[in-house]
Design a protein around this ligand. Structure first.
Ligand SMILES: [Zn+2]
Length: 415
């Protein structure tokens, strides 16, 4: 039996956030930054130290994989995995994080930094009020906290340490993976599913405790290029074709109410992300999103029909559309394996955690993994306000999440 390395999960979390692991979307390397490598190597060493027998670090990509082998030789138990990412968003700095614990949070505005007048206002974040009476870890308002996703990393490590210290507890193979560059969209680019060895897995990368996400958007990205014809405006009569206006016209053909700012819950959208151009040429980038497979296909048709309409009016080739699917709703891959969500629900029920199943309005690493053959819903971590200076982690909810991961392992062992 091993000694515990950290007296508490909080201590462990604070150690991890002291390492700057901001990822860089412009880097060609994986991991994109040295800090991620540093944290990944630390995690590798800690797993070895706590007595996990099978710890591997990818030589090229630095991702860490580990297995706590089954101690139930008499029975075939489903191998389950837990995955978290080590990088933090580049939306705001993650360097020199000055984290602070607020004990017994009173439910009122939190002054993060009196000097700089940075305040987490409950009017902006009303959902935080429910955490009154609990303890929160916050920043000094100049950086993010990194609960996304070092809370998930911490919770998985604590769960692993528990099973190492309690060999008397029966379990199947527990597979663990720590990845890099999730925030740059490349989190699973080099994920070794075969080596990972799990039949099913959970990403521990959501916010609220009790979050259970088995649904995400279907996603397509489109680039629309308008080819105009530039003529001196004084001589343009009957000759000029203004590419920028053609894109405006195209955009006006898309349903006005189906934009991100007018949609929520299960409503999909067309989103104009970027537009630039002049008379001669103009380019617009769109994303198309929908949870429903059928409506998703329909949306792509509406988009293409709008382009056809413009081409009919102004001539073939006026608009050129490059439309590509980028990821799909994992529900398709989870539906054949209802036990993946059921065991999580059961574990939450046993621990008195209220399950909140809201479809994700985005993608997850788990969505991509689900389509690569590893069904993988997402669990909450107890953190919130990710990617910004108001990010926090609720200590009690982190501890309950650790219990939840242990309980999920037990549910599979009892199957
Ligand atoms: Zn995350």
């Amino acid at each position: 039996m091993q000694e515990r390395q950290y007296a508490s999960a909080t201590e462990r979390f604070l150690k991890y956030v002291s390492i700057d692991t901001q990822s860089d979307p412009h880097s060609e390397y994986y991991p994109s930054t040295e800090g991620q490598k540093k944290l990944l190597s630390l995690l590798r060493d800690e797993l070895v130290e706590m007595g996990v027998s099978d710890v591997r670090q990818d030589k090229k990509y630095s991702c860490v994989y580990a297995t706590i082998p089954s101690n139930m030789p008499e029975k075939t138990v489903t191998s389950i995995g837990f995955i978290a990412h080590t990088d933090t968003s580049d939306a705001i700095s993650g360097k020199n994080i000055r984290a602070r614990v607020i004990e017994n949070f009173d439910g009122n505005d939190i002054v993060l930094n009196s000097e700089k007048n940075i305040v987490t206002k409950m009017s902006d974040f009303p959902e935080m009020k429910r955490l009154a009476g609990k303890s929160l870890i916050v920043t000094d308002g100049t950086t993010l906290l990194g609960a996304d996703d070092k809370s998930g990393v911490t919770e998985i490590m604590e769960m692993a340490e528990y099973f190492c210290m309690h060999p008397e507890e029966k379990h199947g193979n527990i597979c663990i993976a720590f990845t890099a560059d999730e925030e740059t969209g490349r989190g699973t680019d080099y994920f070794d599913i075969q080596g990972f060895g799990a039949h099913f897995a959970y990403t521990v990368d959501g916010d609220m405790l009790g979050d259970l996400a088995g649904e995400n958007f279907n996603a397509a990205d489109a680039v629309v290029t308008a080819n105009g014809c530039s003529v001196h405006p004084g001589d343009a009569y009957g000759k000029m074709k203004n590419a920028s206006r053609l894109l405006q016209e195209f955009d006006s053909l898309l349903p006005e109410k189906e934009r991100p700012e007018h949609t929520r819950d299960r409503e999909g959208f067309y989103h104009l992300c970027e537009i630039k151009g002049n008379v001669e040429e103009a380019v617009a980038e769109y994303i198309i999103r929908d949870h429903d497979d059928g409506i998703f296909e329909e949306r792509k048709k509406v988009f293409m029909a709008a382009a056809d309409d413009i081409n009919k009016r102004y001539g073939e080739g006026t608009l050129v559309v490059k439309l590509e699917d980028s990821y799909y709703n994992m529900k398709r891959r989870l539906d054949p394996h209802p036990e993946v969500l059921d065991y999580a629900r059961k574990a939450m029920e046993k621990l008195g955690i209220e399950t909140v199943e809201t479809p994700i309005r985005g993608g997850t690493d788990g969505a991509r993994l689900s389509f690569l053959g590893l069904p993988c819903p997402n669990l909450g971590t107890g953190g919130g306000n990710f990617h910004g200076r108001h990010e926090f982690l609720c200590i009690e909810e982190m501890e309950q999440t650790i219990d939840l991961l242990k309980q999920i392992v037990r549910e599979y062992a009892a199957e």
